[in-house]
Design a protein around this ligand. Sequence first.
Ligand code: FAD
Length: 481
Amino acid sequence: MRNGEVSYWWHALGGFPPRRASLPGPLEADVCIVGGGYTGLWTAYYLAERRPDARIVVLEAAFAGYGASGRNGGWVTSELPGSRAIYARGPRGADGVRALEAELRSTVDEVGRVCEAESIDCDFVRGGRMSVATSPTQLARLRSALTHARDWGDGDDVYTFLSGAEASERINVAGALGALYAPASARVQPAALASGLAAAVERRGVSIYEATPVTEILPVAGGPDGAAAVARTMFGDVRARSVLRCTEGFTARLPGARRALLPMNSSMVVTEPLPADVWKQIGWDGFETLSDEAHAYMYAQRTADGRIAIGGRGVPYRFGSATDQLGATQPSTAAALGEVVHRMFPAAAGAQLDHAWCGVLGVPRDWCASVTYDASSGLGWAGGYSGHGVAAANLAGRTLADLVAGTQSPLTSLPWVGHRSRTWEPEPARWAGVHGLYALYRLADRLETPADDPAGRGGQARVVLGEALGRVGDVISGIPH
Ligand SMILES: Cc1cc2nc3c(=O)[nH]c(=O)nc-3n(C[C@H](O)[C@H](O)[C@H](O)COP(=O)(O)OP(=O)(O)OC[C@H]3O[C@@H](n4cnc5c(N)ncnc54)[C@H](O)[C@@H]3O)c2cc1C
């Protein structure tokens, strides 16, 4: 089994892409985007559309799609990054939250539209999303999530409840007791999307400089050349009217932003291609994105090349906001994800794992994302999608493009615009808190769904304790609903 090499997705495309040139030296631009993941690339894409004459540069520390954007689960999901209740505290209240959720749903189609328009071949299939319950407590959580969604006005077009049998007809998950199905979700090959998007951005005249880490972002108010801000690199400064920080899980490396976003780790494995008779037993012909309802949940997709790709938390966080080495994950995490594949899909019990990897996503202290731009300093940023960043980065990029272009649009008044979250605790409290939280979640999952009694019939007390611990975890983390 390969481990690391950034991700299976890049490996499937033939390995690391040919490297673009680094920044040739000091430069002036209208807009400088730091980070060549989905957020930076979508921002560049829409800005170049809105202002075709603008000089736009993207500075990328490694290569476009090196970060979470080339490693994720490939769910283009409309799920809200964070809590409705927190966004509802903004001036537009609950209506603002509904508007944000509606935009996220239509973003799934927007990603598909651009993929078609730009001939980005990334296996985009809009098959919806299915969250499956495999224990009575998971089922209870599903039902309560549905009630909550209905209270917010989500009808059958947003969420439908599926019985265990209906869920199994779509995807034959062992022990499925029920599922929630949401049509607004698509499956993609993440690195193919990042790579195709980078090429589309270049076709629009944007310059992408790779192997160019930005060491500092600074305002330079009143600069003689009209620049408002500077992105500093070892090759020289880029002075620009606007400098946008699009570094999500890597943000802690930048001075002044060390406690802004926590680099949460997520790990994935992919099986070898499964034979046709195994797929016949599993189904999954609709290519839905799939998750379960555990506290430390899994997420999965059926890949275009006939594999199961599945992810989960593993080691959640590295001390001091450190990040991985080229995506290598712990063998024990890969083994645990392999067990989940075999437990959920007994038909695939003989399948080998071909590749394991991990990456970091950015989590703000209140788990709510932000798109922020200050026209006077020229500084902006977007991110903090807390694991729901593939569609959200497109919407954030469109929004940031409007803000930078000075265009008032329905997007610029969405409740995540200008949203502020407090900073994370200093170490060692940060490390202890995150590890303690996930230890609690794992214990809650084990108690709720004992291996020897998955239906949880034998040990009601254990199950109740598990549920209680899960709720305590939600309160401690501030993970709101
Ligand atoms: C394993 C995994 C699975 C996930 N699965 C899903 C999923 O299925 N669906 C979903 O919606 N979300 C998922 N996410 C989250 C989602 O992938 C991210 O939220 C999203 O890709 C963030 O995009 P981004 O461009 O903001 O950040 P990134 O893709 O991380 O890009 C940031 C870029 O900035 C560069 N950079 C960092 N610092 C600097 C610097 N100082 N100078 C220059 N460049 C810099 C990095 O090299 C990187 O390329 C997952 C994340 C991971 C890690």
